[in-house]
Design a protein around this ligand. Structure first.
Ligand code: ADP
Length: 500
């Protein structure tokens, strides 16, 4: 035995490794008791005088009162956005628009810890994700689109791009600030003004963002933020003064919006649900693939529309993969989102927790085999143990419906054809993952998978330069990259495709 091997033998290996708590301080965030609506650069009371309480899903403690905007408020916000569009923003030089976007990006970077803490507090995602993913990406989106603002005619040569007017934007609760950035940055870069509604369970970073707008001295009315539930969203969609609607959320609401807008001539983009296939071939680097599986479905508690919620493993490596995956699951730390060691945080709301639990029950009843690692969950708050279902048939609800939680359904395949056939057997088409050593197979699979994004040997990777969006019931239109500008522009002499 070599000297080195002997040393390795004697290296102390802790039998029962426990982490000390590493809580992120919340002192950096100062919350008001109550927030109004941000309209025309000012905080205003909702016309109805109605407020609701937003809580932290980690302990169910109230954080702040938030306004419920109604029809009158929407009217006021759309009016402010229209004025801002007509009186300056729509006509401002492109370089001027870029200046504000760069400012916003830099301020987000400067205040990123404050935003990250607030995001985790209000939404439940682990601080290491809000700190290392949401915030850097949100700032990157503003930087990226700031760069395009004065280059639009080069982006669309010979097409004379023009802003549309007032964009109504409705976003979900899974990436509150990042979805705001995906919506606001391209809209402003293209010269539009905005009325945006954050989701009812996660309004706080959008409200803090209003402070960034004031710090950046963005002209009043260019961005208006209205809080409220689905009723507020519906009013924004219906309002005759919104020229374009951008929606990210459930397929059900997306369909309702499409019905509502039929025949109105408003532009629409929809980014809806997903049930992504993550496909592991037998030549894949298995340990890396297991990390990709974990990242694919347990990142952000699985509250991700492009989550890799259906795992397809080639039969010859099935046992090995499942063994490794189960072992890896025992190392995931579930708990306080504000602890820097936490891998899986709190479920966003009690409603979402119920939905996950109901679908998991259906999986057991339909005959799938459940695995959950031993895990001690906090007493208060909303939690769900990372779950793997094996023995899943394609017809089971857990293989068909979007769970939007940390729940993975494992299926198998023998040949690439079978993998494609099964992966495409879903009403959705947002994303997919392929794990293999072979480049040619990656390209062949990417061509045949009906998904807006196909990741190869990675998963859940986002970049402002890369367009993101769906096929089929996952919606239409793209966000990110050059493609992401197009829905916010009209072009002289071109007939607009509805929904373009
Ligand atoms: P989820 O199931 O992820 O909560 P929803 O589609 O219900 O997704 O919500 C996404 C966003 O859409 C939220 O901001 C929500 O308030 C809003 N919303 C809900 N219902 C409607 C509606 N009928 N019209 C417009 N927006 C809506």
């Amino acid at each position: 035995m070599s000297e080195l091997e002997r040393k390795q033998d004697r290296a102390p290996v802790p039998a029962d490794w426990t982490y000390a708590p590493a809580p992120e301080s919340t002192d950096i965030v100062s919350l008001q008791d109550r927030y109004g609506l941000f309209v025309g650069g000012e905080w205003v009371e909702p016309a109805s005088g109605e407020y609701f309480t937003t809580i932290s899903p980690r302990d169910e403690e109230p954080l702040a009162g938030v306004a419920q905007a109604g029809r009158e408020d929407v009217d006021r916000a759309v009016g402010a956005a229209r004025d801002a569009f007509q009186n300056g923003w729509g006509k401002a030089s492109a370089a001027e628009r870029a200046k504000y976007l760069f400012r916003i990006a830099r301020i987000l970077q400067e205040r990123s810890r404050e935003f990250a803490v607030l995001e985790s507090l209000n939404g439940g995602k682990p601080i290491k994700e809000s700190r290392d993913v949401d915030l850097p990406l949100a700032a990157a989106h503003f930087f990226y689109y700031a760069g395009w603002a004065d280059k639009l005619e080069y982006a669309f040569p010979n097409r004379t791009p023009k802003p549309i007017g007032v964009a109504g934007q409705i976003i979900p609760w899974n990436f509150p600030l990042l979805m705001l950035a995906w919506k606001v940055a391209p809209a402003l870069a293209a010269g539009n003004t905005v009325v945006l509604k954050p989701a009812e369970t996660t309004p706080l970073t959008a409200l803090l963002f209003c402070d960034v707008l004031r710090q950046a001295e963005l002209p009043a009315g260019v961005v208006n933020i209205l809080t409220g539930d689905g009723r507020t969203g519906a009013e924004i969609v219906k309002h005759p003064g919104t020229d374009k609607i951008a929606f990210t959320g459930s397929t059900e609401v997306g369909k309702a919006i499409q019905r509502e807008l039929a025949g109105t001539g408003k532009k629409l983009t929809l980014e809806l649900g997903g049930k992504a296939a993550n496909i592991i071939f037998d030549d894949a680097a298995l340990d890396q693939a297991v990390e990709g599986i974990v990242n694919g479905i347990y990142f952000n508690q699985g509250h991700v529309c492009c989550a890799g919620s259906r795992l397809f493993v080639q039969e010859s490596i099935y046992e090995q993969t499942i063994d490794k995956l189960k072992r890896r699951l025992t190392t995931l730390r579930v708990g306080d989102p504000l602890d820097k060691n936490t891998d899986v945080g709190a479920i966003n709301s009690s409603m979402q927790l119920e939905k996950i639990a109901e679908l998991v029950e259906s999986g057991k009843e339909e005959g799938a085999e459940i695995y959950q690692p031993p895990c001690r969950l906090p007493e208060k708050g909303y939690w769900f143990v990372p779950t793997v279902f094996t023995n899943v048939a394609q017809s089971y609800r857990i293989a068909q419906e979007e769970i939007f939680g940390p729940v993975l359904s494992v299926l198998t395949f023998r040949t690439p054809d079978e993998a494609v056939e099964k992966a495409n057997n879903t009403p959705y088409g947002l994303s997919a993952g392929v794990w293999t050593e072979k480049g040619s197979r990656i390209l062949a699979m990417a061509q045949r998978l009906r998904a807006g994004v196909v990741w190869a040997n990675t998963f859940n990777r986002f970049d402002p330069t890369s367009p993101f969006g769906g096929y089929k019931e996952s919606g239409f239109g793209r966000e990110g990259g050059l493609h992401g500008l197009e829905p916010y522009l009209k072009f002289d002499g071109e007939t607009e495709e509805w929904g373009g």
